[in-house]
Ligand binder design. Structure first.
Ligand code: ABU
Length: 377
């Protein structure tokens, strides 16, 4: 590790000094399991089938990930990379067996940095239960290099059948939009409340406030666990009008104090909007993505709103996928330097520029950006 390590990050916009960038190698269309629905007959993976993503797709994604890492290094940011496992291996605990793992492209899902702490999330897929191991060499090295680093792990979940609603996907996919949204708002989705479950990417860090999206991979117990774990923070459970909520980082994206980017198709709860407005935050509706659902890369399980999954290098500089020119223009118009990064080849491996990274060090200290209360917030 070249630069001295100091784990410190309270939000997603302070000047970035060190980051982890994921890897695509070995990523699988994972074997069936209760929380995951995959059905891509046109791309060689009809429901129930699984296997490695094709070599040409891996090579194209690795090229973009390496290019992004080089770009960040060129700007003086230290970049660390995880160590992939053999994700095609069967894994098991005493309570279940899973035929494959997934991959390690999206570190954002697994690790949450809050101040000097890095927290390993529970994860909610059996195929991702062991993914933390890809990051252990880095976490060990940070722990040895930085005396002040706090290394935490949420309770490893059991993920027995009791953690999932049997038959959820067939029942849910047959519902209309309004019924699906009602279920999302009630967090009556795939996960039961048998145990706390969350992915780190459902947490939006804004200084003293942490916003936790209840989603397909984060339940109320997960939110409660996070709230209890960070007693000095205000931790809020939030939902949006998104029929398939999976991580908050293509829905609600803070850019700098006073400005948050919002996906207009995924309406926020009025009380949440009131909280932001009362505290003088502008909620900016993001420009529509250039891609539609029909021209997403094959085997992509994210939506076109991955366009919004941007990475801030500092409060005035954002990395945006290079073909998303409307969003780039919108942000340039707000005074941002926009750094274009080719990245759509990475999407089938689990996300965009924010998903593919996790902040380890940013300048700055803990600040309160929301001095005024509003409703339940
Ligand atoms: N973590 C990526 C979320 C993608 C989406 O909302 O479509």
């Amino acid at each position: 590790m070249n630069n001295p390590v100091r784990v410190n990050s309270w939000n997603s916009w302070d000047p970035l000094r060190r980051i982890i960038v994921g890897r695509a190698a070995g990523t699988m269309v994972q074997a069936p399991e209760p929380a995951v629905f995959r059905d891509w007959p046109q791309d060689g993976f009809p429901r129930g089938t699984y296997g490695p993503l094709p070599d040409d797709m891996v090579a194209a994604a690795e090229e973009q990930l390496d290019g992004f890492a080089a770009l960040l290094r060129g700007r003086g940011i230290a970049v660390d990379r995880p160590e992939p496992l053999d994700f095609s291996r069967r894994t098991e605990t005493p309570e279940w067996t899973q035929d494959t793992m997934f991959g390690c492209m999206p570190p954002r899902d697994v690790l949450l940095t809050v101040g000097s702490e890095i927290l390993e999330s529970t994860m909610s897929y059996r195929s991702r239960w062991f993914e933390y191991l890809c990051y252990r060499p880095l976490l060990e090295s940070y722990f040895h290099a930085d005396e002040a680093m706090r290394w935490e792990a949420a309770p490893k979940p059991r993920l027995t059948d009791a953690s999932f609603h049997a038959g959820f996907w067939d029942e849910f996919e047959a519902l209309g939009f309004d019924e699906q949204i009602q279920r999302v708002r009630a967090n009556d989705l795939c996960l039961t409340e048998a145990e706390p479950l969350f992915d780190a990417a459902d947490v939006c860090r804004m200084g003293k406030d942490l916003f936790v999206q209840l989603s397909l991979v984060t339940n109320r117990g997960g939110y409660r666990w996070i709230r209890q774990h960070f007693p000095e923070h205000r931790v809020h459970a939030v939902t949006f009008d998104n029929t398939h909520p999976l991580h908050i980082d293509a829905t609600w994206v803070p850019l700098r104090p006073g400005l948050v980017l919002h996906c207009g198709e995924r309406a926020a709860d009025p009380e949440m909007l009131g909280y932001f407005k009362t505290n003088d935050w502008e909620v900016l509706e993001a420009a529509a993505p250039r891609r539609t659902r029909d021209d997403l890369p094959k085997l992509c399980f994210c939506s076109p709103w991955l366009a919004m999954n941007i990475l801030s290098l500092d409060p005035n500089t954002v990395c945006v996928e290079e073909s998303e020119r409307d969003l780039a223009e919108q942000l340039s118009g707000r005074g941002f330097e926009v750094v274009p990064v080719p990245f759509w080849n990475v999407a089938p491996f689990g996300g965009g520029l924010h998903c593919a990274t996790v902040d380890i060090e940013r300048d700055g200290e803990l600040q309160d950006y929301f001095p005024h209360r509003y409703g339940r917030f």
